[in-house]
Design a protein around this ligand. Sequence first.
Ligand code: IMP
Length: 207
Amino acid sequence: MTGAHRPLRERRICLATHNAGKARENAALLAEYGITVVTAGELGLPVPEETETSFIGNATLKARAAAAASGMVAMADDSGFSVAALDGAPGVYTADWAVQPDGRRDYALAMGKVERLARHSADRGAWFSCALALAWPDGHVEAFLGEAHGRWVWPPRGERGFGYDPMFVAEGESLTFGELDPARKHAISHRAAAFRTLAEACLKPGE
Ligand code: IMP
């Protein structure tokens, strides 16, 4: 990586997420670099509306809002599940597909919707995407994208993980993300891929 990236020197940052599964995984990745977190939820920060149409755009928007509100460096994750037979849907609308009329999220129903729409296609390709953005209170942003490719399966399998994990099998694996040991998922996930790029750019040892 070039010197164009800004190194992260802070040892405590704000995680701009209200999603417990994403907070847990991102906190574990940062802990390996000795960085502790406080979440936007713990600080009582407002949840900004995700008005962008790309993962990078929404991660940037969330990180900027949390950095401005907390005065800390903030990291945001915007991620989603894409199905080849559905031209990449649900994609940035992955979370929306789980929203029920009463406002609560139901991922069993969301996974069922994916299966209903894609079941007649021979193409079972699917992938998770994750954008990670780091925003500083002065407005500077560093953003990175990671993907995990594989296929979708039905019925869903596994109680580990969260969201759409039970219907995704990564390339080279036989277990779904919902069945895999969390350490294995961490090693091969879209979040880990994005985080590796971020770490290479902004967390190099000694910086
Ligand atoms: P957002 O990033 O908050 O807009 O929402 C991300 C959506 O993608 C949520 O519905 C998550 O459940 C889903 N998602 C993101 N990452 C993963 C993952 O690692 N496993 C399963 N579902 C995920």
